[in-house]
Design a protein around this ligand. Structure first.
Ligand SMILES: Cc1cc2nc3c(=O)[nH]c(=O)nc-3n(C[C@H](O)[C@H](O)[C@H](O)COP(=O)(O)OP(=O)(O)OC[C@H]3O[C@@H](n4cnc5c(N)ncnc54)[C@H](O)[C@@H]3O)c2cc1C
Length: 272
């Protein structure tokens, strides 16, 4: 029997992300939610393990009440139960507070966890920090950006591509992996799965009071990250005519734009 936890984030549908130009923040309340794409791949990886060996899958999400939708979706494709962490006390959590909250919930709700699976990154904030930070909080080994793996007894053998090299690694369980989106293509929920998910929803809803949490480590209070500003960069266009011989034109380009070219290509042009 292998106990698997899949951490799933609900993200706003990218096509519907409106901005509040005054505050520079995303108006998430106006956007419809969806399962973060990489989390759908992590869930599929869990379901594939379950199709090969006896397993129990717990899907956990932290977010506003509407995040419960991703748990129904997870149960419809093969998760056994869902845990929704929702409370205003969790709001505005950065990755540090999110990882702390998720890790304490895993300890409490799945004390015998063997494998924690996360997406490689969230499509909205995209820090890719939460998975490895959960492992740190749980004091278990972790491997990020995993493309493929096989569980053999208490060991996972995995593959990932790093700097164009194929890495093959082994990790003892319990452990955590973050899953890339190139493999484990998510399946569509079956009608039977959807019926099960909605008829017998094994979903637990927990608030901050239900978990043994340090109030100074959750939500905004527990988040050392400060977002100073969020904005869409504007591109300025300018037409410039350079005159003279080819040699003079090139010299002018280097004079005027050398610094910008250097920073774009990551090389100091003066030293080339
Ligand atoms: C009431 C409330 C409001 C929130 N509002 C926002 C908000 O406005 N904006 C925002 O970005 N976040 C919000 N969150 C969630 C939380 O703050 C972010 O999830 C966290 O900062 C993750 O950072 P990231 O997106 O860079 O994740 P990454 O580190 O890029 O995510 C990697 C992986 O970690 C796991 N993971 C990440 N976040 C969660 C999660 N919440 N639940 C389960 N698994 C997760 C997933 O497997 C994901 O694929 C809210 C939470 C609550 C409770």
């Amino acid at each position: 029997m292998i106990n698997i936890v899949v951490c799933i984030k609900q993200v706003p549908m990218v096509s519907e992300l409106p901005w509040n130009p005054k505050t520079g923040t995303l108006r998430r309340e106006l956007a419809e939610g969806m399962m973060n794409p990489a989390c759908a791949h992590a869930l599929e990886a869990a379901v594939q393990i379950k199709s090969r060996q006896k397993s129990e899958i717990t899907a956990i999400t932290m977010g506003p009440p509407m995040a419960e939708e991703v748990l129904y979706e997870a149960i419809a494709v093969g998760a056994d139960r869902g845990v929704l962490l929702t409370d205003n006390a969790f709001a505005a959590a950065d990755t540090y507070a999110t990882s702390y909250t998720l890790a304490r919930t895993i300890e409490m709700q799945c004390p015998d966890v063997d494998l924690v699976l996360c997406g490689s990154h969230a499509s909205d904030s995209e820090t890719a920090q939460v998975g490895p930070q959960i492992a740190e909080e749980l004091d278990i080994p972790a491997a990020a950006y995993v493309e493929d793996f096989e569980v053999k007894g208490r060991t996972v053998r995995m593959q990932r591509i790093s700097d164009n090299f194929l890495e093959i690694m082994e990790m003892k369980l319990p452990g955590l992996m973050t899953i890339m989106t190139r493999s484990f293509a998510p399946r569509y929920p079956s009608l039977e799965g959807l019926a099960d998910a909605f008829e017998q929803p094994h979903i637990k809803i927990l608030s901050a009071d239900d978990i043994n949490l340090d109030p100074n480590k959750i939500g905004r209070k527990g988040s050392p990250t400060r977002i100073i500003n969020v904005y869409s960069p504007t591109a300025e266009k300018q037409n410039v005519v350079l005159k003279g011989t080819a040699k003079k034109v090139v010299a002018q380009i280097f004079d005027k734009y050398g610094e910008k070219i250097s920073s774009a290509i990551g090389k100091d042009l003066k030293r080339v």
